[in-house]
Design a protein around this ligand. Structure first.
Ligand code: 13P
Length: 288
C-alpha cells in the first residue's frame, strides 16, 4: 500500500540520511526502482512530473501501475507516490487519482500567493492523509520545458512557508535540474544552514540530485536535507546502456529486438544508478 512520505522523511531527518525521490517515466522505470528499493530494504519516493504523468497516459494509469506492482511484486518497503512540481490544478487531480503525496510548486507566485495556495492545499492534502511539499526559491534548469532561474531561497520566506504545516520543504540553494554547467558555483551551504536553523525538524528537500558531487550530498544531508530528487541521471544511464546494446548490433541478433531484451540493459542501468544513490544517501536498510 502506498504511504505518505511524512513518516519516512521524519525518520530520515532524525537518522541523518536522505530518502531518494526517483522520477518515473514508464513501466521499466517503475518496476526497476521498486525492485531495487525492495532488494536494498530502502524506503523510496516515486516522483511524477506533470509531463511524465501525461506521457504515461494520465494519473489514473500511474496509480494503477504503481499499485499493481506493489501487489504483484510484493513490494514490502515504504513507497510514496508523489507529484513533482505540481501546479495548483494538478495537485487536486493527483489527490483524486490516489497519489499519496504532492508537491505544490508555488515558487513562481508572489510569496503572498504562494502562502495562500499552500495553506489551502495543506488542509486538503492532510484531510486525505497525503503529505505535501512546498517550494521557496525556484530551482534552476529545465524541467518539462520550464526554465527556472536557480534562485537562492530567502530563509525567512522558508520559515513562513514551513509554518503553514507542510511536511517537507524544497528550497533553492543554487541547485538546478539536469546536468550542471562547468561553471556551476556549487550549493550554497550558508543558505541551507540558515534555513535549517529557522525550520528546525522539518525535512528539507534537495532537487536536481543529478551530478551533485558525493561530498556535497553528504554535507547537504548533514545540514538537514532528508529527501533528494533524482531524474536526469536515470535517463542518462538508461540511454547510454540502450545505445550500447544497439551499437553492438544486439537488436539484430536472434530475437534481440524483443522489447523485453531491448530494454533490459537500460533497466539494469537504472537499477545500478538507483542503488548507487541509495547507498550514497544512506537509506539502505532503513525500510524496516
Ligand atoms: P535532476 O533531473 O537534475 O536529477 O532533478 C530531478 C528533480 O529535482 C525532480 O524534481
Amino acid at each position: 500500500m502506498l504511504v505518505s512520505a511524512t513518516d519516512m522523511l521524519r525518520k530520515a531527518k532524525a537518522g541523518h540520511y536522505a530518502v531518494g525521490q526517483f522520477n518515473i517515466n514508464n513501466l521499466e522505470w517503475t518496476k526497476t526502482i521498486l525492485s531495487t528499493a525492495k532488494e536494498l530494504r530502502s524506503p523510496v519516493i516515486l516522483g511524477v512530473s506533470e509531463g511524465a504523468g501525461k506521457y504515461m497516459g494520465g494519473y489514473d494509469v500511474v496509480v494503477g501501475m504503481v499499485n499493481g506492482l506493489l501487489k504483484d511484486q510484493n513490494i514490502d518497503v515504504p513507497v510514496s507516490l508523489h507529484l513533482d512540481h505540481g501546479t495548483y490544478d494538478h495537485c487536486y487531480k493527483c489527490i483524486d487519482a490516489g497519489f499519496s503525496s504532492i508537491m505544490f510548486d508555488g515558487s513562481h507566485y508572489s510569496i503572498e500567493e504562494n502562502v495562500q495556495k499552500t495553506t489551502e492545499l495543506v488542509k486538503v492534502a492532510h484531510g486525505k492523509g497525503l503529505s505535501i511539499e512546498a517550494e521557496v526559491g525556484s530551482i534552476g534548469g529545465e524541467e518539462d520545458g520550464v526554465i527556472g532561474m536557480g534562485e537562492v531561497a530567502d530563509p525567512d520566506e522558508c520559515k513562513q512557508i514551513a509554518d503553514l504545516g507542510v511536511d517537507f520543504l524544497a528550497a533553492g540553494i543554487g541547485n538546478i535540474h539536469g546536468k550542471y554547467p562547468a561553471n556551476w558555483q556549487g550549493l550554497s551551504f550558508e543558505t541551507l544552514d540558515a534555513i535549517q536553523k529557522l525550520t528546525g525538524d522539518l525535512p528539507l528537500v534537495l532537487h536536481g540530485g543529478t551530478g551533485i558531487p558525493a561530498d556535497m550530498i553528504k554535507k547537504a544531508i548533514d545540514l538537514g536535507v532528508s529527501k533528494i530528487n533524482v531524474n536526469t541521471e536515470c535517463q542518462l544511464s538508461f540511454a547510454a546502456a540502450t545505445r550500447k546494446y544497439i551499437e553492438e548490433g544486439k537488436d539484430l541478433e536472434g530475437k534481440g529486438f524483443d522489447p523485453r531484451k531491448l530494454l533490459a540493459p537500460g533497466a539494469q542501468a537504472i537499477h545500478d544508478t538507483v542503488k548507487e544513490k541509495m547507498e550514497l544517501f544512506g537509506s539502505v536498510g532503513k525500510a524496516d
